[in-house]
Design a protein around this ligand. Structure first.
Ligand SMILES: Nc1nc2c(c(=O)[nH]1)N[C@@H](CN(C=O)c1ccc(C(=O)N[C@@H](CCC(=O)O)C(=O)O)cc1)CN2
Length: 284
């Protein structure tokens, strides 16, 4: 049976550390202040936005949620982002994803001030991530690295296979794994014979939103398996990995829930604090 990479526990530990940093910023009159824009009524997004607001409050961070109707135009969202960019009190801005289909997410990302881009999804910060000169990291990818670091898993020389090429998880995680000297492949819906790739991987990351896509025959004995999938099936949360079977072969594995998810929120809070500190250093 593989050992569990316990995201819930690690997130709690990281949260305690972060609390002290926030306390210091507050005592200097530099309280982090971030804004989440949520467009539409996606039920999962509502849960995640509420979780972020709760975590921020607990840490002493000011959080504002802008809940916009699904029919809000792209121009209206851009106008809101520009207003938040221009407000010197605000240190972080993000747009909860997914956004409704009529909105071009790339346009929104290109509008966010890179210095307030807590999600690390603006073109400028994406570029910095790939040249290894970044001051912020995308929350989920960062959370996965935090989890592996906590359990002292050295990635040097490991073959990593990421299933999923999203801008939020797959692509940025590839950049962070490369930074840790892993050799990285990104697989996707057009990849021929997924199993041929995953079976040779030392580390498999599943981030596609397809329940139990990764089965035991697709991973090698002793692999590290990271499940980013959160699929709601019959009111249950199911990952992209068949946990019961794959955990018998893996050396390390993340559960769903309680694996990567809690670290996504914790890592986001870390990025909020990092940008608030830069804001502070820039403006006195
Ligand atoms: N702008 C962004 N949008 C989205 C991101 C993101 O990083 N930036 N990530 C996901 C959603 N997400 C945060 O936004 C998120 C996902 C999962 C969890 C979490 O704690 N999961 C729990 C289960 C919670 C549940 O009951 O659903 C777990 O895995 O244990 C938090 C945040 C997409 N959008």
């Amino acid at each position: 049976m593989g050992k569990i990479l316990d995201g819930k526990k690690v997130a709690q530990i990281k949260s305690e550390e972060l609390k002290h940093t926030v306390e210091k910023l507050v005592s200097e009159g530099k309280t982090p202040h971030f804004c989440v824009i949520n467009i539409g009524a996606d039920p999962a997004s509502k849960v995640y936005v509420a979780t972020k607001a709760r975590r921020a409050k607990k840490l002493g961070i000011i959080e504002e949620t802008y809940q916009l109707p699904a029919e809000t135009t792209e121009a209206e969202v851009i106008a809101l982002i520009e207003k938040l960019n221009a407000d010197p009190e605000i240190t972080g801005v993000m747009v909860q994803l997914p956004a409704p289909d009529h909105i071009d997410v790339d346009h929104l990302m290109a509008t966010i001030d890179p210095e307030k881009d807590v999600d690390c999804l603006t073109p400028a910060n994406t570029g910095r991530l790939w040249i290894g000169n970044h001051f912020v990291e995308p929350a989920t990818a960062s959370g996965i690295i935090t989890l592996l670091d906590y359990y002292d898993i050295d990635l040097t020389g490991l073959n990593a296979v990421i299933v999923g090429r999203s801008n939020i998880v797959g692509k940025p995680l590839a950049a962070l794994l490369l930074e840790r000297n892993a050799s990285v492949s990104i697989l996707h819906s057009r990849t021929k014979n997924l199993a041929e790739h995953t079976k040779n991987a030392d580390i498999v990351v599943a981030a596609v939103g397809h329940p139990k896509l990764i089965t035991a025959d697709m991973v090698k004995e002793g692999a590290i398996v990271i499940d980013v999938g959160i699929n709601r099936v019959d009111k249950h949360l199911i990952g992209d990995v068949d946990f019961d079977e794959v955990s018998k072969k893996a050396a390390w594995i993340t559960p769903v829930p309680g694996g990567v998810g809690p670290l996504t929120v914790e890592s986001l809070m870390e990025q909020v604090v990092k940008l608030a500190m830069r804001h502070k250093n820039d403006r006195g």
